[in-house]
Design a protein around this ligand. Sequence first.
Ligand code: PEP
Length: 256
Amino acid sequence: MSRKILIAGNWKMNKTASEAGELARAIVAQIATLSAIDVLMCPPFTSIPKVSEIVGTSNVRLGAQNVSDKVSGAYTGEVSAAMLRDLYVSYVIIGHSERRSYYGETDAFINKKLLTCLDSNLIPILCVGETLEEREAGKVEEVIRTQLVGGLAGVPADKAETIVIAYEPVWAIGTGKTATPEQAQEVHAFIRKTISEILGTEPASKIRILYGGSMKPANADELLAKPDIDGGLIGGAALKADDFLALVKSGVKAQA
Ligand code: PEP
């Protein structure tokens, strides 16, 4: 498999800048030169300068959890792609289910942010996933196809393969319920097939599809062993250095 595994931590609205510094230091100290897989930490905006300093020239990558769809100007409370680039951010989580459900983000709005990222050479991690109600109604494929078609509209061909997708079943986020490796693989394969219809087979074979939803050291090996699971987007378990480092270890094992 030529896709490089990506283990990404989404710290959500946790950690002050000094707490974030401590967590980042504990992680970077162990894996500063790791090159077999990609490792990413996504702290809240206020901690990005601190974590950026700690990441420095190590191989650990820095991500943000959101970005404005606008370039600059009178948009109170927003943070632009250029501001993130200036702090050496290289990835941005887009369309997380918490932003979709609590802040009303639509596929069209998420698409604007994704295109802004690509324009600014930031790598978007586009999150998709169904609710429990949608799964029980047999609508998994319909929901995910709609999110992908809407989110990936207008992607320039030369940037398509840099995009990362995260499959995060909403019912598995922060609940302790994980999709079984078989359930996850089934949806990941569907996502890859749908991407090939939207963007073409070549980008679809290169785009990394992460699993997210209560991934932890106890279930990571099984999930990462599946052919279309190319890494993890991790919430709760990314907040403890030991757990996150164990997940990095699982990633290295799966890549080998
Ligand atoms: C997430 O919100 O991206 C996530 C996967 O959270 P958790 O690992 O806590 O389920």
